[in-house]
Structures are given as C-alpha cells and as structure tokens.
Design a protein around this ligand. Structure first.
Ligand code: G6P
Length: 610
C-alpha cells in the first residue's frame, strides 16, 4: 500500500528518497514520485506510473537535486493509475504533499476549494490536502499552523508530509489513522510511513501517535498532539536488520522467507520454551495475572493472519478448554457483537498497521473486553503500542506481499498461548507434553519439510494451465487449506477455493472434473478415515487429486491421485508443517506462470486504509 519517505538535510536527498521508496516497494504500489525544493527555492517534481526503477531512470536522465524533499509510492484508491494521480501533489507552485490514507470528505472539500478558485489536476482526495494547506497559508506564515488548521477539516485517515516553497528549512507531518515515523539523524532528519525505508540512514525513531502534528527541521523535531499541545514522544532504537531488504541469493523474497521458517520459528521459541514447559512471564510483565482470568478469546485479524486465528480456535478449544471466536476485522468493526464475560481480545497482524484490525482493537476497548493482546511481527507498530499485551513473533522483516514466515510464527505463538491458557483451564498433562514436544521438534521438522521442494517443482507444472482449483482439509487443517488457497490465488492468479472436506457434498462436488485440481492436506490424525471418504467422493467424479499426506496415512499414487509425503510430526504442529508444501506449490506455480511473485498485481503488503 502507499509509502511515504521524506528528508531534510544539508546534502542532496534525492538518492535517500529513492532508496527509501525501493525499500517500501514490497508493500505494493502502482506509481511513484519525488518532489524536492531545489537550490533556487523552486519545487521540482518527477512522477511515473509503474516501478520505482522507472522513476529512478527518469531522474537519472533529467537529474533533480534538493536538500528538502518528499517521495511516495501510490496504491490507487481515488483515481486511476496515472501520472497525474501520482504523488506528490502540488497547490500552485508553493505547497507539495504526499499522503497515505483516504480523506473521506474530499468531494465536499473539493467543491469549496473550487469555489475559492483552486483548480484540480488529479482525481485524488490528496490534492484537497495541498489546496487546503495553501488556503490556510493565506492567514499565517507558519506551515505548522496552516497544517494544524487544515487537519481540522479532514475526515478519514491520513499520514501526510507537507513542504512549503517559501520555507525550505521545514517540513510538517501529520498523522491520523495512517502510521508515520520520524527518523533522527545528525544534522538531518527523515520521515517515513515504515521504519524499513530509513534503515540505511538512521536507527533512531519516533513513532507519531494519533492526532500528532510535527514540525521538522534539520536539527529539531517539535511534536504537538491533537489539541495543539507540545508533547514528547519516546525515541526508540530499532533492532530491525538493515539488510532485511536483501534476497540473500534467493530469486525472490518469498522464497527466501519460506526458507527462513526453521530459523525464525526457532527465534520465536528462543527464551520462551523451556525443556518441559514454557518459561515464566513470556507474555510480558503482569500478563499472567490477566491471562489466568481469561475464559473466552475473541480473535480479530485479516488475510493470512485471520487464518492463523482460525487455526488457533481449534487449538484453544481442543487443548486449552477456552472458548474462542474468530472474526475478520472488517466485519467485526462494523457490527454489534456479544462480549463474553472475562474475554480477551486478540489481534493478529504481521504489520501491526492493518487499518481494519486497528479499528477493531479500538472498538473492542470501548466494549468492555477484559484486556487485549496482539500477536504481531513489527515492534513499535500501532497494534503493539495500543494493545495492553504484545507478543512479538520475531519473524524478521517480511518483504514478499504473500505472507509466509509471519504466518508460521503466528501459529507458533498461538501454541504458546494455548499452553498458557491451558495451564489455568485444566489442560491435560498428555496434551501439554505433546505440544511441548511438538514445539521442540518444530524447527527441525520445518527443515525436513523444506526438502520436499524438488518434488513440488515438478507438481507445479501440472497447475500452470489451470483456471480453478479446490483445497480440502478437515479440523485444524481446514484453515491451512484456506491459507493454501489464498497463497495460490494471491501470486499465481489461479482461482482457488478452500472447503472443509465434509462440505463437499453440499456444493463443490458439482465443480469436480479433470480440469479442476483438488489439493488435499491429510495428516495422520483422527479425521483421516473421514478425509479418505471425501477423497473417494472426488475420485468417483473424475477429479484429479494432489494429496499432501503423512506416509503412515497409506495413500498411494495412481492415475487420478498424486501423493506427496510430508514428514511425520506431532498432531499439534501438523498445521504448521503442512503449510510449507502449500507455500512452495504456490511459489512454483507462480514462477512457471511468470507472475510478479513478490509484488502480485493489485495487492499490498500492509493495508493501512479500509
Ligand atoms: C494484506 C497482506 C496479507 C496479510 C493481510 C493482513 O492483505 O497482503 O499478506 O495477511 O494484509 O495483514 P497483517 O499485517 O495485519 O497481518
């Protein structure tokens, strides 16, 4: 989704801005632009549809230079993918703006601004920000004051950075509903929507809070809250890896991230899993007092994170004896739901910035939940800062839009939450010990599973010309089938549906023919016999099946069925293990189809607008 980079320095900032945009590419975008104040005090702008490389080539052909600048990658919401709609947007030759989020009342603002004589050159909501600030500058010389007045008129979400040609020593930023971080340098300062963008230039960050407006010069940062009061915000030293943006020899980030899973899962367990039980206090100081009282868990998330939540429901109810509901955040936030007594609200998010999940958390805080926990991958993100408890998944920066290692670490975190809640709710010793054993074996089992890659490469050939596919699973493998289907559609653009296989007879059997591959996840568990009956139902209708199965599950390949053996593992970790072959299958199908694996069309890594 949209990305912002800004810089104010004594040196030329254009390369810093371009590098920042490159580091935000993973979030998904369709056009990019840069504006700087040049040595003569004039605004210079270059914008291009397509990749940052095209913008960079255009700048190389016709260089622009400046010590104050803003840059943006746009993911179209209002107005098509055109150069005119790409940011930065100008108001006359004076004000320049980049913006993430949506100004919901932009049509009425636009009407008023047109009446005042402003002409619009784009279809975007963002251009209203530029003109509104310009209008306010008629009554004040201070860009800060103009922005503080302007934001009072905006409904919706914004993370915005604004420059004024008449004051090249200052940029002003405002945050409401869209994250912004200030990067502190020595004699220079930076702004971005994501700290990843700024790691080459600084590791010291201030995360702005909702309603903050800040005035930034080369040597100072002054922050004001939504009431206009000066406030201090904590300076955080980031421990994100600088080179997380490096593919480490892999052809794609997604492949690198798939192969990182054994190591990041090991990191997620490090210092948390003891020999026979979890270590104490792993959910943070005071967390155990809260968790001991939990009788119900409400999980809210989007996309892949939602599938982690669905898997967790099976675990929490089966092993921890705690009731659990799971809901997509965009639904949860707009309906009145029932709040069970002693309920814990759990959000799951790779980015910690997903707009719907954040809105769901804020709503839940008003609804009387006992407490809130986020299972999240990005330290300092909005969900981490706004939740009472935060459990970091430690997957490291995930760049591929299709989530892989974030998912498996989320599941690992949920097994630890299951053990913790189970402790207070009569979990059986057998279940406890089996989960601990499963977790201990998890990194090595993931490693072993990755060795399947070669067989899956061959399998992928058979999918490349297909239009549709069906994924089947039962029990805690049903959400894994859903995640497998999501991966395939995200990156190969093949239509993929997932069903709990017991539902086959209630509709999807009508779709089965030899053009519709059916992918089955079949660990050797108590539902195996039921699953085998479902497989026979498909076979009887001429369906072609690809079965990922435990070797003891006694499936044999024949002309209608290809069986891929998955290492035998503890039942509790099987959903994590079976995720990997499905990730690899999607990856190799996408590779054959030649799609943009890391930045699939129309998708964004971090969805910061609703
Ligand atoms: C986007 C991403 C998905 C991700 C979802 C939720 O759709 O493309 O990969 O699962 O957002 O994101 P979150 O950061 O909240 O996990």
């Amino acid at each position: 989704m949209c990305g912002i980079v800004g810089a104010i320095a004594e040196r030329n900032v254009v390369e810093i801005l371009l590098e920042g945009l490159r580091r935000l590419e993973y979030r998904g975008y369709d056009s990019a632009g840069v504006a700087v104040l040049d040595g003569a005090g004039a605004l210079q702008r270059v914008r291009r549809t397509g990749k940052v490389q095209e913008l960079s080539d255009a700048i190389a052909a016709h260089p622009v230079r400046g010590q104050t600048g803003i840059a943006h990658t746009r993911w179209a919401t209002h107005g098509g993918v055109t150069e005119a709609n790409a940011h930065p947007h100008f108001s006359t030759d004076r004000v320049a703006v980049v913006h993430n989020g949506i100004i919901e009342n932009y049509l009425s603002l636009r009407d008023e601004l047109v009446k005042k004589g402003y002409s619009f050159t784009s279809d975007t909501d963002t251009e209203t920000i530029a003109h509104t600030v310009h209008e306010m500058l008629k009554d004040t010389d201070s860009l800060l004051e103009a922005v503080q007045l302007a934001v009072k008129q905006f409904h919706g979400a914004y993370g915005t950075v604004i420059m004024d040609r008449t004051d090249p020593s200052t940029v002003v930023v405002a945050r409401s509903g869209s994250p912004l971080v200030i990067g502190l340098g020595i004699g220079e300062n930076f702004i971005a929507s994501d700290q990843m963008a700024l790691l080459p230039v600084t590791r010291r960050f201030i995360f702005l809070e909702e309603g903050d407006v800040a005035e930034i010069t080369r040597t100072s940062v002054a922050i004001f809250d939504s009431q206009g009061r000066p406030v201090e915000r904590e300076i955080v030293d980031s421990d994100l890896e600088h080179d997380a943006g490096d593919k480490a020899g892999y052809r794609h980030y997604m492949l690198k991230e798939i192969h990182e899973q054994p190591i990041v899962v090991r990191n997620a367990l490090q210092g948390r899993l003891g020999e026979t039980d979890l270590e104490g206090g792993i959910f943070g100081a005071g967390a155990d007092d809260i968790l001991a009282k939990v009788k119900h868990v409400q999980i809210v998330a989007c996309g892949t994170s939602y599938h982690a939540g669905m898997t967790a429901k099976y675990w929490l109810e089966q092993y921890a004896n705690v009731s659990c509901n799971v809901e997509i955040a965009s639904e949860f936030r707009y309906r009145k739901s029932f709040v069970h007594p002693d309920s814990l609200l759990v959000t799951i998010s790779q980015s910690g910035e997903t707009a719907d999940t954040l809105a769901a958390l804020r709503l839940a805080k008003e609804q009387g939940y006992m407490s809130s926990l986020t299972i999240c991958n990005v330290p300092g993100s909005s969900l981490v800062r706004e939740s009472a408890l935060a459990f970091m998944t430690r997957a490291g920066a995930e760049i591929g839009v299709a989530s892989t290692k974030a998912f498996t670490t989320q599941l690992t975190a949920f097994l630890m939450l299951t053990l913790t809640l189970g402790r207070y709710n009569g979990m059986s010793k057998d279940d406890h010990d089996a989960i601990v054993k499963g977790l201990h074996s998890l990194p090595a089992k993931l490693e072993e599973t990755l060795s399947l890659a070669v067989g899956i490469e061959d399998l992928a050939e058979e999918f490349a010309d297909k239009q549709h596919s069906l994924f089947l699973g039962r029990g805690d493998q049903y959400p894994i089938a859903m995640e497998g289907a999501l991966k395939l559609k995200e990156i190969s653009y093949i239509h993929a549906e997932a069903y709990a296989s017991g539902e086959l007879k209630h509709g999807p059997l009508a779709l089965i023919d030899d053009e519709m591959p059916v992918i089955v996840v079949a660990p050797n568990n108590e539902l195996l016999e039921k699953l085998k009956s479902n497989v026979e139902e498909v076979r009887a209708r001429g369906g072609i099946m690809y079965v990922f199965a435990d070797k003891d599950a006694a499936f044999a390949s024949d002309e209608t069925m290809r069986v891929i053996n998955v290492p035998h593992c503890e039942a509790s970790i099987a959903p994590i293990i079976y995720t990997l072959p499905l990730q690899l299958l999607s990856y190799h199908v996408a590779l054959i189809k030649g799609t943009d694996v890391d930045q699939p069309r129309n998708l964004a890594k971090s969805v910061t607008v609703e």
